[in-house]
Write a protein that binds this ligand. Structure first.
Ligand SMILES: Cc1cc2nc3c(=O)[nH]c(=O)nc-3n(C[C@H](O)[C@H](O)[C@H](O)COP(=O)(O)OP(=O)(O)OC[C@H]3O[C@@H](n4cnc5c(N)ncnc54)[C@H](O)[C@@H]3O)c2cc1C
Length: 398
């Protein structure tokens, strides 16, 4: 019953590469068109919860993930100024016991590389670099892509996996209207030998404070430490992975925070900053022979650590739908039915975490203690995360 013809994917990020690998494994022909001249992801970490490793393992990447990841033993909450510590949840063997799959931390570059290698094994030359898509059109028989270098491509189906500034989304549905959240995200990667001994090297740590939070966790077998600092600040509004800031500006943004936070900040050579935007949810992701996945259709704040994981789930579900149904309208109807409510809930959950992690009550230790004890009690934590971690993209009905 599979959809006949080739699939063209615009964007070789986590979602686009995962979709290509899933499609090839489901017996469909695919080409990926990525604007960057080389596959070189930003230097940053990504947390992949059990629902995401389930997808990566289903794509045949278990050995590669286990070789390159870091498996945290737990996640902890710490108070921004006193450093008081609470357990958020156990991970390591507990994630496998509860959800069947590990919760891992990966360097984005490593994740990209193993997805690309998986594609290369099944279809060498499926990945076309230096191809910035500038136009998409379609008729009754095919969809056509035009690239900035003057070349073109044709396929039965096009998947826009071109991220938060998606060109494909803009062409299908018009320009979007992002709203600035009032938060910026700082990030940096630190060689582990520069991380002070007293900072946890085994857990994922969430420092919470009024108006900001900091997350750090080990990457790449524990050789690196990832740092993300999110702060309410309204004077800078550029949404980009590549804008650099200065260590002084970062240290100033977190003035008054615990010495462990500052020890990490001092160890970052080049911090990058990203203004966090939100977009209203879309009512549909597809038109004719063209659909969207990942940040192109449901960008979310990085406060639930689920944006990339949702893109992985989208990729596998879309591949299953393309294998199960033979016309684009039916494929996309089933794909959207399986994905829209879940991803919308993740978008909402991320925004709620901003209010939780940055709550004004966290300013003073006493109020903070009561707030943390209430908000992070085990039943509430499971309510917030179990529906995410238990999802099986390989088996949910489509
Ligand atoms: C600070 C921060 C921390 C985060 N941490 C986590 C986390 O821990 N866990 C998690 O699950 N998520 C996390 N996320 C979210 C996650 O990064 C995104 O949700 C994820 O990268 C989305 O993947 P994607 O493939 O949809 O888009 P992207 O990764 O943005 O990939 C899009 C690709 O399309 C290409 N492209 C764009 N336009 C064109 C064009 N016109 N033609 C051709 N190619 C094009 C781009 O070059 C890029 O390679 C975080 C986000 C931020 C900002």
């Amino acid at each position: 019953m599979r959809m006949p013809g080739k699939v063209a994917i615009v964007g070789g990020g986590i979602g686009g590469l995962a979709a290509a690998l899933a499609l090839l494994r489901h017996g469909l022909d695919v080409d990926v068109y990525e604007q960057a001249p080389e596959l070189k992801e930003v230097g940053a970490g990504v947390q992949i919860s059990a629902n995401g490793t389930r997808v990566l393992f289903a794509l045949g990447l278990q050995e590669a993930v286990e070789r390159l990841c870091w498996v945290p033993k737990a996640k902890e909450i710490r108070l921004w100024n006193t450093g008081e510590t609470w357990k958020l949840f156990d991970l390591g063997a507990v994630s496998v016991e509860l959800y069947g799959f590990p919760y891992v931390m990966m360097h984005r570059r490593d994740l990209h590389a193993i997805l690309a290698e998986g594609i290369e094994c099944l279809k060498p030359q499926a990945l076309h670099l230096g191809k910035r898509c500038v136009a998409v059109s379609q008729d009754a028989t095919s969809a056509k892509l035009a690239f900035a270098d003057g070349t073109a491509a044709e396929a039965a189906v096009v998947v826009g996996a071109d991220g938060v500034h998606s060109k494909v989304r803009e062409i299908l549905f018009g320009a979007d209207a992002p709203q600035f959240t009032g938060c910026i995200a700082w990030r940096g990667v630190i060689p582990m030998e520069r991380v002070p001994r007293e900072v946890s090297r085994t857990c994922g740590t969430n420092w919470v404070g009024a108006g900001g939070h900091v997350v750090h966790y080990p990457l790449r077998r524990g050789e690196l430490m990832n740092f993300v600092g999110i702060l309410e600040r309204t004077d800078w509004q550029v949404e980009s992975w590549t804008v650099q800031g200065s260590p002084e500006e970062l240290a100033h943004d977190f003035r008054g925070w615990h010495p462990h936070v500052h020890a990490l900040i001092r160890a970052i050579d080049v911090p990058y900053k990203w203004a966090l935007m939100v977009r209203p949810p879309m009512r549909s992701w597809s038109k004719g022979r063209i659909t969207l996945i990942g940040d192109a259709c449901h960008p979310m704040l990085p406060l639930l650590a689920q944006g990339a994981v949702m893109a992985l789930e989208d990729a596998l579900i879309l591949a299953r739908c393309l294998e199960a149904y033979d016309d684009a309208a039916t494929v996309f109807r089933h794909y959207e039915a399986a994905r829209m409510a879940r991803t919308a809930r993740a978008v909402t959950g991320s925004a709620e975490n901003a209010r939780r992690f940055h709550n004004p009550t966290l300013a003073e230790a006493e109020g903070a203690r009561a707030f943390v004890t209430r908000e992070w009690q085990p039943e509430r934590v499971r309510e917030r995360y179990d529906w995410l971690f238990t999802y099986d993209a390989a088996a949910v009905p489509i």
